[in-house]
Design a protein around this ligand. Sequence first.
Ligand code: C2E
Ligand code: CA
Ligand code: CA
Length: 406
Amino acid sequence: MEINTLIVDDSKSILATTAEFLTNLNITSITCVESGEEALNLIKSGNIKFQLIFVDLNMPGMDGMELIRLLSKEHFLGGAVILSELNENIVQLAADITNESRTHLIGCINKPVTEENLSAILQKLKSLDHRTEESPENLLSVNEIENAIFDNRVIPYYQPKVNNQTGKVESLEILARISLPDKINTITASHFIGIAEDNGLIEPLTLSILRSVMKEFPTIKEEFGELCKLSLNISPLTLNNKNLPSDLVKLIGKYGYNPSDFIIEVTESYPIDNSSQLETLNRLRIRGFDVALDDYGTGYTNIQQLKKLPYTEIKIDRSLIYNIANDKLSQVVAQSLFSIFDELNVQIVAEGVELPDDLNYLNNLKIPITLQGYIVSKPKIIENICRWHQVWKKRIPHLEMVVKNG
Ligand code: C2E
Ligand code: CA
Ligand code: CA
């Protein structure tokens, strides 16, 4: 695996064993240093871009805690793993980092380090990195995307978002797929969204998918109820268009729907950094759309900035949710986020719930949150999502039991 890894520990034997385990796990680029000062200089020099850093907490001179604080000041964007037991100080460090900066504290490993706990960390890093580009041969060409838009071959898939207290489907997220004339399987979003964004096609694509969705909305309301909303993904680039809110209102109005039927999801993949984007976001809200911040925890927004933005929903990225049932540090970070947003009256969504243990953990929280992920349902075309719901409805009483007994 091409992950540039740095290990910082004052013990040579720990450096050697950790490096050996990582090599066994197919990590090829490993750098070891014996002090925080060395690590900081190396990162400041920028010669190697580290994606992952393991930091011993107890070192003479600069200790691990200080190193991680300094790294977050340097806008280090990789993942940081602490080599120590979870303790009060680490919990505080995690809280500070979430409040102020962008470093991803992805885990805490008790010594002795084992191959097993390193492997779990790598798994987590992979999910943090799931937005990395597809390899070029798998990407659609600009032409293929243009034709798909023109020929109505951008297909809406729907993935349910369910309430952890009641099991009810509160909304469905619209996820774009493209069907190619000569292929049986549809093409998933990561193979074309980036290209569409880079080539001025993201807005036509969004409007095209929305038109298809409008024709299917009556069926959705009938199966999922009048209150069920649809979540539409909007690229932050699209927010530069100040007419977006009125264009959307016009389009959905033509089919008899209201902004309150929709949640507009905006990813954190680019910072919302200019006033026209902010204005559009506010205008969407004023028009009556709900607005969600997508992939929270992967990008640019810290909590202080978030409080100033008009979001009604925060989607916690799956890198924080994956394996949460067995990861004390994720639990601490997530719980503190949950309670902050709950106080702010913002809907919380846990994204990418995949593991049964994680589902149980989230179901048993006292705070109402919304769950989305493969374990509930994969994204499906309209007929299949309706069929899924007919089975799901029968399971809801059982879910309520789980919550009550837990
Ligand atoms: P996203 O908005 O974060 O959407 C969630 C992605 O995670 C979807 O990938 C979904 O299939 C996947 N997912 C859901 N549950 C799980 C799970 O339990 N485990 C794992 N591993 N993955 C899960 P998809 O459909 O490939 O979409 C990728 C991204 O492309 C989306 O991420 C979104 O940012 C973008 N996208 C999709 N459709 C549109 C669209 O119509 N317009 C725009 N602008 N972006 C879109
Ligand atoms: Ca989304
Ligand atoms: Ca997301």
